[in-house]
Design a protein around this ligand. Sequence first.
Ligand code: HPA
Length: 280
Amino acid sequence: MTGHSEGGPVGAAEAKRAADAVRERLGVKSPVAAIVLGSGLGTLADKVTDATRVPYSEIPGFHAPSVVGHKGELIRGMLGGREVLMLAGRFHMYEGHSAQVAALPIRVVHALGARTLFVSNAAGGVRRTFKPGDLMIIADHLNLMFRNPLIGPAQKGEVRFPDMSAPWTPRLQTLLEDSAREVGVTLQRGVYAGLLGPTYETPAEVRMLERMGADAVGMSTVPEVIVAAALKMQVAGITCITNHAAGITAAPLDHSEVVEVGARAGVAFCAVVEAFVRRL
Ligand code: HPA
């Protein structure tokens, strides 16, 4: 399936259908975590051993990714000695997908047995001291997409009014800090603002985000984490700061820079996530 997906319901039933279609083919047993790979951070997929891969084009309700830096595969395999599920590529709302479609893969990995979610993404640095290549633990987020994947009928097995006082599990943030220390990587910590995109921000918007308490700005992740909260999953995440947000420096923004910096920060990113998974 390709193209736009505003419209029909995409909830727990659709997730079950997708999970049922891939469970045996992937050979899923009891994954300790599902990991979402963001723009340019796909190299972690190459670290998975004993891997089984299913292209998104073969999963009911999934879409082929249209963005450079996103592969489009659901992977099961071993990382840091533990079984993981990996979503290499995501569905963005700026591609025309509804918030429900953007969050569908999370319902699928939950149906496949994952109870811990690790998300990664690329974002612009709003905090002035952030530099391209910095990695940031996501401590909290701002939903500035003004969409919510839980709008619609209540889904079986999900909380109707999820508590959002700690969607980014504090214990897992500590585990990330410990993992980073172990492998000698410095992690920043901050608030991720999710905007719809696909335009990058104006300098005035970045100043607004700064005053609102954002440290980084990107175009994904928020719908996924909202669904994870409704499913009572434990959630952790790392943002790769690929550029200064607009207006922080005079440089114009370019997607190829985002992918390039992501790839350079990839070594540190992979080391931290592997150490993190080993500790789960
Ligand atoms: N803004 C929004 N999304 C992004 C950016 C940015 O500056 N960089 C990478 N993803």
